[in-house]
Design a protein around this ligand. Structure first.
Ligand code: SF4
Ligand code: MG
Length: 320
């Protein structure tokens, strides 16, 4: 299969201003040297606690933020420093589904207007001429055709996320970056929305970067999974190896916290001590050493590189 997205040593650092002179006093290293590929048609899950840089990674790929360093290749093109018209062209092919359908849609805007907006922005087509197409899209995401004339505030959270998905699909993108698309929804509708995304993936040959803090949600959706900690990718593997044989001590702790209904399969839960350190002052060496149950002296010295230790399974830890 073809590589659709290839990010290399991606860094997104934000300056922090301080004092009366508002000088830069430091940098939040939100994304600090992340590399991975996504093949066409696959779903790569990206997990980690809030603040680990997974959303910033998604927004940087979308080029809503300019990366500080590194490269983003999409569909064979280097899009790292595109601007203006060429950037807008690429954006047709990369769309985002956001976490909070309440915040990402204007409640007073008509649904037909919301869903057709991306197409109208890129073509000179009128809303009227797109009506049939948009109604079809609405039906495809499980909403009645009449939704076209209603306003976003008239819908439930799950339905609003369906509107957001229809909007993301309007330009027939190749890649969808879904940033916690179900975490703001009731548990009862989460799996419906996830199943919809899977169906649409097959139908429209979509590739997904699926961002979530919940390992069970990512498991349901992904072919491969990357685990992030403090702006770095600490493990990357296909789904089954990651859940059956997690290698990184952080991943082991995350996997041990997934509820297991079968008592015979239950493993000892690993509870991590302490909090995630501030990305403004990340620890030297391995970013996880302040909380790692297996930390040793050498872990403080140098940051371990992500390396493939088994076919398709990479980890950044001195134990391997
Ligand atoms: Fe733990 Fe050291 Fe491995 Fe980091 S490098 S995860 S501190 S054992
Ligand atoms: Mg986030």
């Amino acid at each position: 299969k073809r590589v659709l997205l290839n990010i290399k040593n991606l860094k997104t650092h934000f300056p922090v201003k301080g004092g009366i002179l508002k000088k830069t006093v430091g940098h939040v290293k939100a994304v600090d040297g992340v590399s991975f590929e996504i093949l066409e048609g696959e779903t790569l899950g990206l997990v980690g606690e809030s603040g680990c840089g997974k959303s910033t990674t998604g927004r940087t790929i979308m080029r809503l933020i300019k990366p500080t360093e590194g490269a983003i290749e999409f569909d064979g093109k280097d899009i790292t420093s595109l601007r203006g018209k060429t950037l807008r062209e690429i954006r047709q092919d990369i769309q985002m589904v956001f976490q909070d359908p309440y915040a990402s849609l204007n409640p007073m805007q008509m649904v037909g207007d919301i869903v057709s907006e991306p197409i109208r922005n890129f073509t000179k087509k009128s809303m009227k001429s797109l009506e049939g197409e948009v109604k079809e899209l609405l039906q495809r995401v499980g909403l009645p055709e009449e939704s076209y004339y209603k306003y976003a505030h008239e819908f439930s959270g799950g339905q609003r996320q369906r509107i957001g998905i229809a909007r993301a699909l309007a330009l027939k993108p190749k890649l969808i970056i879904a940033d916690e698309p179900v975490s703001a929804l009731d548990v009862s509708v989460q799996s419906q929305v996830l199943n919809l995304l899977k169906e649409l993936q097959d139908e429209f040959n979509l590739t997904f970067l699926f961002i979530a803090h919940d390992l069970s949600v990512v498991k349901h959706m992904s072919d491969r999974i990357g685990v992030m900690y403090l702006g770095q990718l600490v493990e990357l593997a296909d789904k089954d190896s990651l859940y059956k044989e997690p290698l990184h001590p952080y991943t082991k702790a995350l996997v041990s916290a997934i509820p297991e209904p079968d008592p015979r399969k239950r493993k000892q839960r690993i509870v991590l001590e302490g909090d995630v350190p501030s990305p403004l002052n990340p620890p030297t060496g391995c970013p996880f050493h302040t909380r790692c149950p297996e930390a040793r002296e050498e872990c403080k010295a140098a940051r371990p590189a992500l390396k493939e230790v088994k076919p398709g399974h990479s980890v950044a830890c001195v134990l391997y």
